[in-house]
Design a protein. Structure first.
Length: 367
């Protein structure tokens, strides 16, 4: 089964609960294999006189990653963590709460406070608490179906639970400092764009894309240049172009020189943006040619493994346009939804971070 997601609060803090501790350690073991991992904070329950047993989690962490329990785990009291001051401090942490009610309390209060601080949805004409409850329900829904979480009545009725937390008589709204894209997750922005669109949300999405554009180009080009079957496919595309080259279409391509330019001189030297544009320029010459497309379809129709040809064609055709838009900041602000529809798991920046974007990564509606 799939591990429960990590929920993004801001660029310093993620939250989850103790059912997910193995998933968290596993992610640190893979995603951060060459980087300094975030420290993991295990939070004692809010219930009076209730405490977790540190040794249990230290042993579990050590079994997943060598010395993780000793090197990465901290244990904190509920009242020291469940407040806006701690959540907004500069320490990079993955915060693990004992149960879902504690986690949702922090998640809901932080999100509602952020939405109020942003000014995107002025009250009383908008109900910030209702928007927050809707968002948390949408984010958590996939985990309740797909992940290793056991059944939870709180999660099953997440929207009403969150509304109860935020609308309680003794509830005190959290004061959150709005920092533009730093404390808006991709999940929250894409959700708002789907259900509560406004110009400032569109602007923040583009801001985050602008910040991450070099990383997106790197991730895409590492994806396409590090796997032999992509290289083999690109070589076949060049063979097709050379076999059908004319003076008019300009398809003639020196295959050896092309791979040297893209793979050796650009990608291998970490100039991923240049590598992307060279590959995209070649692809654009041929991608819309009816005969080129027909060759792929014929493979799919006549050979047992022919589906892979159309799969590779479709993947490249979907990934390149959104990466180019990100690099060039060339979005249609009047209809940004159409541009964002190109985003899917094939964009490697998102695929590598799929445990952290549960709303975005599961956008495959059929109804």
């Amino acid at each position: 089964m799939i591990g429960q997601s990590l929920y993004y609060l801001n660029n310093k803090k993620y939250i989850t609960n103790t059912r997910n501790v193995e998933t968290v350690i596993h992610e640190l073991n893979s995603f951060y294999h060459t980087a300094e991992p975030r420290r993991i904070v295990m939070v004692h329950p809010s219930e009076v006189d209730a405490h977790i047993q540190p040794l249990e989690y230290i042993v579990l962490a050590n079994e997943t990653r060598a010395n993780a329990g000793d090197d990465l785990l901290d244990f904190e009291e509920w009242e020291d963590v469940a407040n806006p001051t701690y959540i907004q401090n500069s320490d990079k942490r993955i915060i693990i709460f004992t149960d879902e009610t504690d986690m949702l309390y922090v998640f809901a209060n932080y999100t509602a406070g952020l939405l109020r601080a942003s000014g995107f949805y002025p009250e009383p004409e908008n109900d910030i608490n209702a928007i927050t409850a809707h968002y948390l329900e949408a984010v958590i829904h996939q985990d309740t179906v797909l992940s290793m979480m056991s059944y939870s009545e709180v999660y099953a009725d997440c929207r009403n639970h969150v509304l109860g937390v935020l609308n309680a008589e003794d509830a005190e709204p959290w004061g959150i400092t709005f920092q533009n894209g730093k404390n808006f997750s991709y999940d929250l922005l894409f959700f708002l764009n789907d259900f509560y669109p406004c110009a400032r949300v569109s602007e923040l999405i583009i801001e985050k894309f602008t910040i991450h554009s070099p990383v997106m180009a790197r991730d895409v080009m590492e994806h396409f240049t590090s796997r032999r079957h992509y290289s083999a496919y690109i070589m076949s595309v060049i063979d097709y172009m050379n076999a059908n080259a004319t003076e008019e279409n300009g398809w003639a391509t020196d295959k050896k020189q092309f791979f040297k330019d893209v793979y050796v001189n650009a990608a291998n030297k970490a100039n991923y943006t240049m590598a992307f544009y060279l590959l995209e320029e070649m692809w654009n010459k041929v991608k819309d040619d009816p005969d080129f497309i027909a060759v792929h379809q014929n493979k799919a129709d006549t050979t047992p493994d022919g589906w892979e040809y159309m799969d590779l064609y479709t993947e490249i055709n979907n990934v390149f346009p959104i990466v180019k838009k990100v690099l060039e900041r060339n979005f249609n602000m009047d209809n940004i939804r159409e541009d964002l529809a190109l985003i899917n798991t094939d964009v490697q920046f998102f695929s590598k971070r799929q445990n952290r974007i549960p709303y975005l990564i599961h956008k495959y509606p059929l109804i």
